[in-house]
Structure formats: structure tokens, C-alpha cells
Design a protein around this ligand. Structure first.
Ligand code: SAM
Ligand code: SF4
Length: 349
């Protein structure tokens, strides 16, 4: 049965939910090797050997939400909160320009301190620094805010759906719903953003069926990017005692996502690199084609503790950049040039 599903994946025949569930349960050894090898081939055919770098600046760790899995949740009183002044954000962008980055990601908690106009201004100023694509990742905002951000020149928006199980979603993200999240992903699509979504692997209460639904939802949304990484428990959260997501399962989800979404950018996540020292290299070997080096100034990094011991949280931007470019070369790949836009026709320049 596994061989049949893999065959179907190889011939580009649409994998259905049952096939996906079968592939996600690939056994270590021959089955996993077959799955990972095929995903690597599909990645190679669609993206070649280039690994695109997306420099991420985590500009605020304030958050109005109380997600059960995240260390930035508002009930966590034990972290010191910060907002990076615009001048320092621009300095980080300058630094990225010097290193030839094609994309800057502006990420933060859901911080109501920033108006839509202020976020738009941030985007505008960052775009003035270099010839970047700008990705914004600041959670759920109004349609008007998304519009302002788009008009300011933002190219992409990242809003992970987190889990396709609506019950689990509302349990883990009190006061919010999967339907509202999906509504926003559709707004972003209509506004002309390159849209990124994605999910965590190994959330407490998640099943292999849920993971199949995650992949099918990403397909339905036709996303340009999908961030798929392991859940890592944070002590100062209600799910701090849960086990972390399994690296093998994360890699299998990534590999199947590559088969189902051949032209979607898939990052080798920092969370995968946190779970295992070679986690990101492994992810690049089973479908991933993007890495998001951290460019936040060193003084803020340790405070952006979504989960503990985040890979790179003790480094500065120089070290993160150096480590990541050498890990890319180590596995025989090259650092991507240009903005690394979606290869889909509608986003071709
Ligand atoms: N606040 C925005 C939002 O939630 O969309 C953006 C920032 S949020 C910190 C970025 C991502 O971190 C989320 O999409 C979520 O998938 C991830 N994340 C949060 N807690 C995590 C954990 N404990 N383990 C792994 N990833 C986590
Ligand atoms: Fe806030 Fe995002 Fe963390 Fe949820 S995941 S608490 S919205 S920063």
C-alpha cells in the first residue's frame, strides 16, 4: 500500500487523503528513504539547488493573544517585553542588504501598539533600504490594515493556520477560530500578497489524520509558502509538560507537503534546527528549499522566546548568517540569488 501511494506521488497523480495518511506513516528505513528521496527530487526539479535566505527581524514580543503553545502569550509575565525602534530595524535591514539578502521578514506578536499606518510606514522604510521583497508576519489584523501594508509595498504575508483541526485550534488559541484565520488568508490572497501559511507538527491532541488535513488545507489555499515545523514545549505555558514534536514525523510531513505542493516554498525551520543540531540540513534533504536566518539585534533575541533554546538565540546576525551559509554549502547546495519569489506564473516579474 505504501509503495502504491509513493508511486502515485512520483507520477504526479493527485494524492488523496488516504494516500497522504499512508505516506505520513512511512517506516524508518526503506520507506522513509523512498519518500525523502522522491521529495528531494521534486524539490530539485522545481527549485534547483538554490536555498533562498529570508532574513527575519522580530521587532516586538508583545502579544495580545494567549496561545497555549507560545512563550510570548500575554499571560507569561516572566519575559521582558520589547519593541525594536524603527532606526534599529532599518539598521538590521541595511546589514541584510550588505549581505545580499533578497527578502526581509518583519515578524512580531499580535501587538496592538502598532496601527496599520505604522506597520505600513515600517514596510515603506525597509523597502527603501534595499531591493528586498518584504514579508509581514504579525498575525490577525483588519482588512484595512492588510490593505495599508500592501499599498506600502509588502510583497508577502505569513499567517500559519497552525492546525487544520478547528476544535484543537480554538482550544490552543483561546478566543480565536480557524474560520477567522482562513478568512484572513483569503483576504490576503485577494489583496495580491504571496501568501504563506503552515502548521506545527506534534501539537498535543493532534493526530496523523489532522496532519493530512493540514497538507490538504495548504493545497486548497494554494499557498506560495508553507512553514512546517515541530512544536516545542515552553515551560511557561499550559502545554509545557507535553512532548516535543517528533523530528521524523516533521520530516515526513515536509516530504509529503513537497509532493502535494511542488511549487511552494518550504522552509527548513529554526524549530527543526532546535530539535536536532542537523535538523535544518535534514529538512533541506527532504523537500525544503528556504531558510530564515535571524537578523534581530543580539540584545533582543533571547527575549523572543517562542519556545526555549531556540536555535541561534545566543548568536548575533553575523554568526547566524555565517552558520547558515556554511550549512547550505556543506550539503552541496548554493545560496539563492534575487528575491526568491514564488515560481508560479502570476508572481513572475
Ligand atoms: N504572532 C504571529 C502569529 O502567531 O501568527 C506571528 C509570530 S508567532 C511567534 C510565529 C509562529 O511561531 C507561529 O505561527 C507558530 O507556528 C510558531 N510557534 C509558536 N509557539 C511555538 C512552539 N512552542 N513551537 C513551535 N513553533 C511555535
Ligand atoms: Fe502571540 Fe503569535 Fe505567540 Fe500566539 S503564536 S501568543 S499570536 S506571538
Amino acid at each position: 500500500e505504501f509503495a502504491k501511494a509513493l508511486e502515485k506521488g512520483a507520477s504526479g497523480g493527485g494524492l488523496d487523503r488516504e494516500d497522504i495518511i499512508t505516506l505520513l506513516q512511512a517506516l524508518p528505513g526503506e520507506e522513509e528513504e523512498g519518500l525523502f528521496g522522491l521529495a528531494d527530487k521534486v524539490r530539485q526539479e522545481n527549485f534547483g539547488e538554490e536555498v533562498h535566505l529570508r532574513g527575519i527581524i522580530e521587532f516586538s514580543n508583545y502579544c495580545r493573544n494567549d496561545c497555549f503553545y507560545c512563550g510570548l502569550r500575554r499571560s507569561n509575565r516572566e519575559i521582558r517585553r520589547y519593541r525594536i525602534p524603527l532606526e534599529e530595524i532599518l539598521a538590521a535591514a541595511e546589514y541584510a542588504a550588505g549581505l545580499g539578502y533578497g527578502t526581509i521578514v518583519l515578524q512580531a506578536g499580535e501587538d496592538p501598539h502598532y496601527s496599520g499606518a505604522e506597520l505600513a510606514e515600517m514596510v515603506r522604510r525597509v523597502k527603501e533600504v534595499g531591493n528586498f521583497a518584504v514579508t509581514v508576519c504579525v498575525g490577525e489584523r483588519s482588512l484595512e490594515d492588510y490593505q495599508l501594508i500592501k499599498e506600502a509595498g509588502a510583497d508577502r504575508y505569513l499567517l500559519k493556520h497552525e492546525t487544520a483541526d478547528s476544535g484543537l485550534f480554538s482550544k490552543l488559541r483561546p478566543g480565536t477560530t480557524l474560520a477567522e484565520r482562513i478568512k484572513r488568508l483569503n483576504w490576503l490572497r485577494e489583496l495580491g500578497f504571496q501568501v504563506g501559511s503552515g502548521n506545527m507538527v506534534g501539537l498535543p491532541g493532534q493526530t496523523v489524520e489532522t496532519l493530512a488535513d493540514d497538507i490538504l488545507l495548504l493545497k486548497e489555499l494554494d499557498v506560495e509558502m508553507a512553514g512546517i515545523g515541530p512544536f516545542i514545549p515552553h515551560e511557561q505555558t499550559p502545554v509545557g509538560d507535553s512532548s516535543p514534536g517528533d523530528l521524523g514525523l516533521t520530516l515526513r510531513v515536509l516530504a509529503v507537503a513537497r509532493l502535494v505542493l511542488p511549487k511552494t516554498h518550504l522552509p527548513a525551520t529554526t524549530a527543526a534546527g532546535t530539535l536536532h543540531p542537523k535538523g535544518r540540513q535534514m529538512a533541506l534533504g527532504c523537500g525544503a528549499n528556504v531558510i530564515m536566518p535571524n537578523l534581530s539585534p543580539a540584545s533582543y533575541r533571547a527575549l523572543y522566546q517562542i519556545y526555549p533554546e531556540k536555535a541561534g538565540s545566543k548568536e548575533d546576525a553575523d554568526e547566524s548568517h555565517g552558520k547558515i551559509t556554511s550549512l547550505i554549502k556543506e550539503i552541496g547546495r548554493s545560496v539563492g540569488s534575487g528575491r526568491g519569489d514564488s515560481p508560479k506564473d502570476k508572481f513572475r516579474e
